[in-house]
Design a protein around this ligand. Structure first.
Ligand SMILES: *Cc1c(COP(=O)(O)O)cnc(C)c1O
Length: 416
């Protein structure tokens, strides 16, 4: 990315390890997902875990025109979105922290209920407040994590509908194996879910929303009879799994970049980094960079991964350290130069899919590892339009009106 404009407040972040979030790619991924849904179906952008490491507040702002719902895992995450000014419906997908039920209700955050203890606690909290709480009923159709078993779900739905403290807005389930080639576990789950929805319908209980599909289910078209889909990983342009890769029209949103902090030559036979696990076979030009595993780079990339410096692959030499990594470079590289750690792959840099393979995990875990000390810069049309640095509590964005390079001095810092 050639950045045409960077607000002054965000400029220092370019001189150290930083993440770039491509908002054009994010919007286009959201539109692509929407186009894959049956007509009339709504789309939820799942922004839990700080938007899978991309930064939940600025991602939510960017997603708001394209989606109907936001999904988070914890009430605290919903609170964060509301405090930032997000007004769209928010569903907490995980079990509620029962101490936070009142706060959720006050901020119009919809809760998931998936066990009778939580159901009782939500109702009790509403008695005290003399309020109603909007809930989605979670049915455990086979994931065996959270939710009522299909047989119990009918009784529970009846009880909720007859309880003036509760508003049954939705019913849903979650797939265990939508990201695998074998469709049968998903098909079975859809059948069980559909049975519950139909039995409720027979009793005249028809919650406004019924939903099941995650990214993998959208990509494979296994949504069942639902009217809302919950997309996380695919919105960020990343593959749910190796079996369900992301189609090429999606673009990865997140890039990580760092800078060269030292240039030097390893003599033949000299070792580098902890344990001296790499020894130069001959005199070798290398460079130290300021990115390490505490920035989100898996240590499994030691002696395996590569950065891209000056348009060339720069293989990692020796162990990835907590805060620094040494790479092999060409002679012309200088201190202060940018090193591409990972991104969409258009410069032949590592992709998150590639790193996940190296590290023996999935793209979800790699993306969510990008830590609070990495400043995030949000890019639209080659301009940094927002930034956030969790460590310093620094966040801001330029208003739409001054999103032009000519008015570079007119940016508005919003404060955290
Ligand atoms: C995280 C989550 C999602 C999103 O899953 P992706 O695979 O990232 O699309 C959907 N539903 C629930 C219940 C979740 O916890």
């Amino acid at each position: 990315v050639e950045l045409l404009y960077v607000p002054e407040a965000a400029r220092p972040y370019l001189k150290g390890t930083h993440a770039l979030i491509d908002l054009n790619a994010y919007a286009s991924n959201l539109q692509a997902l929407r186009s894959m849904l049956p007509s009339g179906s709504e789309l939820m952008a799942v922004v839990k875990a700080d938007a899978y490491g991309h930064g939940m507040v600025h991602c939510a702002f960017a997603a708001e025109p394209h989606v109907d719902w936001f999904g988070v895992a914890r009430i605290q995450e919903g609170i964060r979105l509301r405090r930032a000014g997000v007004i769209a419906p928010i569903l907490v997908l995980g079990p509620p922290n029962t101490e936070e039920i009142a706060a959720a209700q006050e901020l119009d955050i919809t809760l998931t209920v998936g066990c009778s203890q939580h159901l009782a606690e939500i109702a009790e909290a509403m008695t005290q407040r003399n309020c109603r709480c909007r809930v989605h009923l979670k049915v455990d159709t086979g994931m065996r994590r959270y939710g009522f078993m299909p047989d119990d779900a009918i009784d529970v739905a009846r009880a909720i509908v007859n309880d003036r403290r509760l508003d049954l807005d939705g019913i849903y389930t979650h797939f265990s194996s939508a990201d695998e080639l074998d469709p049968s576990p998903t098909t079975t789950q859809i059948e069980r879910f559909q049975n519950v929805v139909e039995q409720l319908g027979d009793e005249g209980i028809r919650p406004r929303y019924s939903h099941a599909g995650n990214s993998a289910a959208i990509l494979t078209g296994r949504l069942g009879p639902t009217n809302l889909a919950r997309a996380g990983i695919a919105t960020y342009g990343l593959s749910p799994s190796e079996e369900v890769p992301i189609p090429s029209r999606f673009r990865p949103v997140l890039s990580l970049r760092t800078v060269i902090s030292r240039r030097f030559t390893l003599a033949q036979g000299e070792g580098v980094s902890y344990g001296l696990s790499y020894r130069a076979p001959h005199a070798e030009e290398v460079a130290t960079t300021t990115a390490g595993y505490a920035d989100g780079l898996p240590r499994q990339l030691s002696n395996r991964g590569w950065f891209v410096v000056d348009g060339e692959p720069a293989p990692i030499r020796g162990r990835v350290c907590m805060d620094q990594t040494v790479v092999s470079v060409r002679a012309g590289v200088r201190v202060g130069d940018v090193a591409h750690v990972f991104g969409p792959g258009d410069k032949d840099e590592m992709t998150l899919d590639a790193i996940a393979r190296f590290a023996g995990t999935n793209t979800y875990e790699i993306a969510t590892r990008v830590t609070a000390r990495v400043p995030r810069l949000y890019v639209r049309d080659d301009r940094v339009v927002a930034w956030e640095h969790l460590l310093l509590g620094d966040s801001g964005r330029i208003s739409e009106a001054v999103e032009s390079p000519q008015e570079a001095s007119g940016e508005i810092g919003e404060g955290a």
